[in-house]
Design a protein around this ligand. Structure first.
Ligand code: ADE
Length: 274
Protein backbone atom coordinates (compact mmCIF):
# COMPACT_ATOMS: atom_id res chain seq x y z
CA UNK A 1 0.00 0.00 0.00
CA UNK A 2 1.31 3.42 -0.95
CA UNK A 3 1.25 5.91 1.91
CA UNK A 4 -0.84 9.05 1.49
CA UNK A 5 0.69 12.09 -0.19
CA UNK A 6 -0.81 14.42 2.44
CA UNK A 7 0.84 15.22 5.76
CA UNK A 8 -0.82 13.07 8.42
CA UNK A 9 -3.18 14.95 10.77
CA UNK A 10 -1.47 16.10 13.94
CA UNK A 11 -3.23 13.50 16.08
CA UNK A 12 -1.17 11.64 18.70
CA UNK A 13 0.70 8.83 16.99
CA UNK A 14 1.65 5.53 18.60
CA UNK A 15 5.15 5.66 20.00
CA UNK A 16 7.83 3.53 18.46
CA UNK A 17 7.22 -0.08 19.40
CA UNK A 18 10.52 -1.45 18.01
CA UNK A 19 12.54 -3.44 20.45
CA UNK A 20 15.86 -3.27 18.59
CA UNK A 21 17.62 -0.74 16.37
CA UNK A 22 15.90 0.87 13.42
CA UNK A 23 17.31 -0.87 10.38
CA UNK A 24 17.94 1.42 7.43
CA UNK A 25 19.16 0.17 4.05
CA UNK A 26 20.26 2.61 1.37
CA UNK A 27 20.34 1.43 -2.23
CA UNK A 28 22.41 3.75 -4.39
CA UNK A 29 24.92 3.88 -7.21
CA UNK A 30 27.15 6.04 -4.99
CA UNK A 31 27.40 4.48 -1.51
CA UNK A 32 30.48 6.59 -0.72
CA UNK A 33 28.41 9.78 -1.03
CA UNK A 34 26.44 8.78 2.05
CA UNK A 35 28.82 6.60 4.04
CA UNK A 36 31.02 9.38 5.45
CA UNK A 37 27.99 11.43 6.38
CA UNK A 38 26.29 8.52 8.14
CA UNK A 39 29.38 7.79 10.26
CA UNK A 40 29.81 11.31 11.61
CA UNK A 41 28.55 13.08 14.69
CA UNK A 42 25.08 12.32 16.04
CA UNK A 43 24.18 9.68 13.42
CA UNK A 44 27.53 7.96 13.91
CA UNK A 45 26.96 7.83 17.67
CA UNK A 46 23.43 6.46 17.15
CA UNK A 47 24.91 3.66 15.05
CA UNK A 48 27.66 3.01 17.64
CA UNK A 49 25.14 2.86 20.46
CA UNK A 50 22.86 0.44 18.58
CA UNK A 51 19.88 2.78 18.02
CA UNK A 52 20.39 2.68 14.26
CA UNK A 53 21.58 -0.12 12.01
CA UNK A 54 22.47 1.54 8.70
CA UNK A 55 23.61 -0.49 5.69
CA UNK A 56 24.57 1.03 2.35
CA UNK A 57 24.50 -1.01 -0.85
CA UNK A 58 25.74 -0.48 -4.38
CA UNK A 59 22.87 -1.19 -6.75
CA UNK A 60 25.36 -2.51 -9.32
CA UNK A 61 25.87 -5.56 -7.08
CA UNK A 62 22.46 -6.76 -8.35
CA UNK A 63 23.17 -6.14 -12.05
CA UNK A 64 23.15 -9.36 -14.06
CA UNK A 65 25.22 -8.22 -17.06
CA UNK A 66 28.97 -8.28 -17.60
CA UNK A 67 29.38 -4.49 -17.41
CA UNK A 68 27.22 -4.17 -14.28
CA UNK A 69 24.91 -1.82 -16.16
CA UNK A 70 21.78 -0.80 -14.30
CA UNK A 71 20.27 1.81 -16.64
CA UNK A 72 18.64 1.98 -20.07
CA UNK A 73 16.97 4.44 -22.44
CA UNK A 74 13.26 5.32 -21.94
CA UNK A 75 10.61 3.71 -24.15
CA UNK A 76 8.94 6.37 -26.30
CA UNK A 77 12.14 8.40 -26.55
CA UNK A 78 13.31 11.40 -24.59
CA UNK A 79 16.53 12.51 -22.99
CA UNK A 80 18.44 10.66 -20.31
CA UNK A 81 18.55 7.19 -18.88
CA UNK A 82 16.37 5.31 -16.42
CA UNK A 83 17.27 2.79 -13.75
CA UNK A 84 15.99 -0.53 -15.09
CA UNK A 85 13.60 -2.69 -13.06
CA UNK A 86 15.64 -5.90 -12.70
CA UNK A 87 18.42 -4.76 -10.30
CA UNK A 88 15.96 -2.79 -8.17
CA UNK A 89 13.40 -5.62 -7.98
CA UNK A 90 16.11 -8.12 -7.07
CA UNK A 91 17.73 -5.86 -4.49
CA UNK A 92 14.53 -4.76 -2.76
CA UNK A 93 13.08 -8.28 -2.71
CA UNK A 94 16.29 -9.56 -1.13
CA UNK A 95 16.62 -6.80 1.48
CA UNK A 96 12.95 -6.29 2.38
CA UNK A 97 11.58 -7.59 5.70
CA UNK A 98 7.88 -7.72 6.72
CA UNK A 99 6.56 -4.23 7.45
CA UNK A 100 9.49 -2.49 5.71
CA UNK A 101 8.76 0.88 4.10
CA UNK A 102 10.45 1.36 0.77
CA UNK A 103 11.17 5.06 0.32
CA UNK A 104 11.96 6.40 -3.15
CA UNK A 105 13.58 9.84 -3.24
CA UNK A 106 12.25 12.00 -6.06
CA UNK A 107 11.33 15.64 -6.70
CA UNK A 108 7.67 14.69 -7.28
CA UNK A 109 7.32 12.92 -3.92
CA UNK A 110 5.60 13.96 -0.67
CA UNK A 111 7.45 16.99 0.74
CA UNK A 112 9.67 16.14 3.70
CA UNK A 113 8.52 17.57 7.03
CA UNK A 114 9.15 16.72 10.67
CA UNK A 115 5.72 15.03 10.67
CA UNK A 116 6.71 12.74 7.82
CA UNK A 117 10.13 12.09 9.36
CA UNK A 118 8.53 11.14 12.69
CA UNK A 119 6.15 8.80 10.89
CA UNK A 120 9.03 7.10 9.06
CA UNK A 121 11.10 6.85 12.26
CA UNK A 122 8.43 4.53 13.70
CA UNK A 123 8.72 1.93 10.94
CA UNK A 124 10.36 -1.40 11.73
CA UNK A 125 12.64 -1.15 8.69
CA UNK A 126 13.33 1.50 6.05
CA UNK A 127 14.77 0.93 2.60
CA UNK A 128 15.81 4.09 0.77
CA UNK A 129 16.03 3.91 -3.01
CA UNK A 130 18.11 6.62 -4.58
CA UNK A 131 17.27 7.41 -8.20
CA UNK A 132 19.78 8.63 -10.74
CA UNK A 133 19.64 9.99 -14.28
CA UNK A 134 15.96 10.58 -15.13
CA UNK A 135 14.71 8.34 -12.32
CA UNK A 136 13.54 4.74 -12.13
CA UNK A 137 11.25 2.58 -14.25
CA UNK A 138 7.65 3.30 -13.12
CA UNK A 139 7.03 -0.39 -12.39
CA UNK A 140 9.43 -0.17 -9.45
CA UNK A 141 7.44 2.73 -8.03
CA UNK A 142 4.11 0.98 -8.60
CA UNK A 143 5.04 -2.44 -7.29
CA UNK A 144 7.65 -1.93 -4.58
CA UNK A 145 7.82 1.63 -3.33
CA UNK A 146 5.58 2.47 -0.35
CA UNK A 147 6.61 6.13 0.07
CA UNK A 148 7.84 8.76 -2.38
CA UNK A 149 9.62 11.65 -0.69
CA UNK A 150 10.96 14.98 -1.97
CA UNK A 151 13.32 17.17 0.05
CA UNK A 152 12.29 20.34 -1.78
CA UNK A 153 11.22 21.99 -4.99
CA UNK A 154 14.50 21.63 -6.85
CA UNK A 155 16.18 18.78 -8.71
CA UNK A 156 19.36 17.04 -7.54
CA UNK A 157 21.61 14.91 -9.76
CA UNK A 158 20.66 11.83 -7.71
CA UNK A 159 18.70 10.91 -4.62
CA UNK A 160 21.60 9.88 -2.37
CA UNK A 161 22.02 13.24 -0.66
CA UNK A 162 18.24 13.47 -0.36
CA UNK A 163 18.20 10.05 1.38
CA UNK A 164 20.93 11.24 3.76
CA UNK A 165 18.83 14.33 4.59
CA UNK A 166 15.74 12.22 5.30
CA UNK A 167 17.75 9.77 7.44
CA UNK A 168 19.28 12.63 9.45
CA UNK A 169 15.88 14.24 9.97
CA UNK A 170 14.10 11.06 11.08
CA UNK A 171 16.97 9.79 13.25
CA UNK A 172 16.89 12.85 15.50
CA UNK A 173 13.22 12.10 16.26
CA UNK A 174 14.12 8.75 17.80
CA UNK A 175 14.37 8.96 21.59
CA UNK A 176 18.00 8.74 22.70
CA UNK A 177 19.56 9.92 19.44
CA UNK A 178 19.97 13.55 20.49
CA UNK A 179 21.04 12.50 23.98
CA UNK A 180 18.81 15.20 25.45
CA UNK A 181 15.24 15.00 24.16
CA UNK A 182 14.70 18.59 25.21
CA UNK A 183 16.66 19.63 22.12
CA UNK A 184 13.50 19.08 20.05
CA UNK A 185 11.57 21.63 22.12
CA UNK A 186 11.48 25.23 20.92
CA UNK A 187 13.28 24.52 17.64
CA UNK A 188 11.74 25.41 14.31
CA UNK A 189 8.59 23.42 13.46
CA UNK A 190 8.46 22.26 17.10
CA UNK A 191 5.74 19.59 17.42
CA UNK A 192 3.78 21.68 19.95
CA UNK A 193 3.18 24.82 17.90
CA UNK A 194 4.94 24.58 14.51
CA UNK A 195 6.58 28.03 14.87
CA UNK A 196 10.10 28.92 13.73
CA UNK A 197 12.86 28.91 16.37
CA UNK A 198 13.85 31.86 18.61
CA UNK A 199 17.28 33.53 18.62
CA UNK A 200 19.94 31.89 20.82
CA UNK A 201 23.00 33.40 22.52
CA UNK A 202 25.97 32.09 24.48
CA UNK A 203 28.85 33.69 26.41
CA UNK A 204 30.11 36.39 26.48
CA UNK A 205 27.10 38.57 27.33
CA UNK A 206 28.86 41.46 25.58
CA UNK A 207 30.92 40.70 22.48
CA UNK A 208 32.51 43.75 20.86
CA UNK A 209 29.65 45.82 22.23
CA UNK A 210 27.03 43.44 20.76
CA UNK A 211 24.86 42.66 23.77
CA UNK A 212 22.72 39.66 24.62
CA UNK A 213 19.09 40.71 25.34
CA UNK A 214 18.82 41.63 29.03
CA UNK A 215 15.88 39.29 29.71
CA UNK A 216 18.04 36.21 29.03
CA UNK A 217 20.55 37.18 31.71
CA UNK A 218 18.13 37.63 34.62
CA UNK A 219 17.15 34.00 35.32
CA UNK A 220 13.41 34.79 35.23
CA UNK A 221 12.24 31.71 33.36
CA UNK A 222 8.69 32.93 32.89
CA UNK A 223 9.95 36.15 31.30
CA UNK A 224 12.44 34.21 29.19
CA UNK A 225 9.70 31.85 28.00
CA UNK A 226 7.45 34.79 27.04
CA UNK A 227 10.31 36.57 25.21
CA UNK A 228 11.18 33.44 23.28
CA UNK A 229 7.59 32.81 22.28
CA UNK A 230 7.21 36.39 21.10
CA UNK A 231 10.42 36.11 19.06
CA UNK A 232 9.18 32.90 17.49
CA UNK A 233 5.85 34.46 16.52
CA UNK A 234 7.54 37.56 15.08
CA UNK A 235 9.99 35.51 13.03
CA UNK A 236 7.25 33.20 11.75
CA UNK A 237 5.10 36.21 10.76
CA UNK A 238 7.89 37.82 8.76
CA UNK A 239 9.58 34.75 7.27
CA UNK A 240 6.93 32.06 7.01
CA UNK A 241 3.43 33.53 7.30
CA UNK A 242 2.24 30.43 5.42
CA UNK A 243 2.76 28.47 8.68
CA UNK A 244 0.21 30.64 10.50
CA UNK A 245 -3.58 30.41 10.28
CA UNK A 246 -5.29 32.81 7.81
CA UNK A 247 -5.92 36.26 9.30
CA UNK A 248 -3.26 35.90 12.00
CA UNK A 249 -1.33 39.00 10.87
CA UNK A 250 -4.47 41.17 11.13
CA UNK A 251 -5.31 40.00 14.67
CA UNK A 252 -4.68 42.75 17.29
CA UNK A 253 -1.55 41.89 19.34
CA UNK A 254 -3.46 41.60 22.64
CA UNK A 255 -5.72 38.91 21.13
CA UNK A 256 -2.89 37.05 19.40
CA UNK A 257 -2.50 33.47 20.42
CA UNK A 258 0.63 31.69 19.27
CA UNK A 259 -1.33 29.10 17.40
CA UNK A 260 -0.22 27.76 14.05
CA UNK A 261 -2.30 25.91 11.49
CA UNK A 262 -1.00 22.65 12.88
CA UNK A 263 -1.97 23.52 16.46
CA UNK A 264 -5.42 24.77 15.40
CA UNK A 265 -5.98 21.51 13.50
CA UNK A 266 -4.94 19.40 16.49
CA UNK A 267 -7.19 21.35 18.86
CA UNK A 268 -10.08 20.94 16.44
CA UNK A 269 -9.58 17.19 16.23
CA UNK A 270 -9.23 16.93 20.04
CA UNK A 271 -12.48 18.93 20.39
CA UNK A 272 -14.23 16.58 18.00
CA UNK A 273 -13.09 13.57 20.03
CA UNK A 274 -14.22 15.05 23.37
N1 ADE B 1 16.16 13.51 -6.45
C1 ADE B 1 16.37 14.57 -7.26
N2 ADE B 1 15.85 15.68 -6.74
C2 ADE B 1 15.28 15.35 -5.56
C3 ADE B 1 14.56 16.05 -4.57
N3 ADE B 1 14.31 17.36 -4.66
N4 ADE B 1 14.12 15.38 -3.50
C4 ADE B 1 14.33 14.05 -3.39
N5 ADE B 1 14.99 13.33 -4.31
C5 ADE B 1 15.48 13.97 -5.38
Amino acid sequence: MKHDHQDAPAAPEPSNARSGPLRIDLLTLFPAMAEGFLKESILGRAVQSGILDIRTHNLRDWAKNKHRRVDDTPFGGGAGMLLAPQPLFDAIEEIRTPGARVVYLCPDGRPLSNTLARELSRAPHLIFVSGHYEGVDQRVRDALVTDEVSIGDYVLTNGTLAAAVVIDCLARQIPGVLGDDQSLVGESFDEADGLLGHPQYTRPADFRGLKVPEVLLGGNHKAIGAWRKEQRIRKTMTRRPDLLPPGFAETPPEAKKPKTKRKAKREKSEGAEA
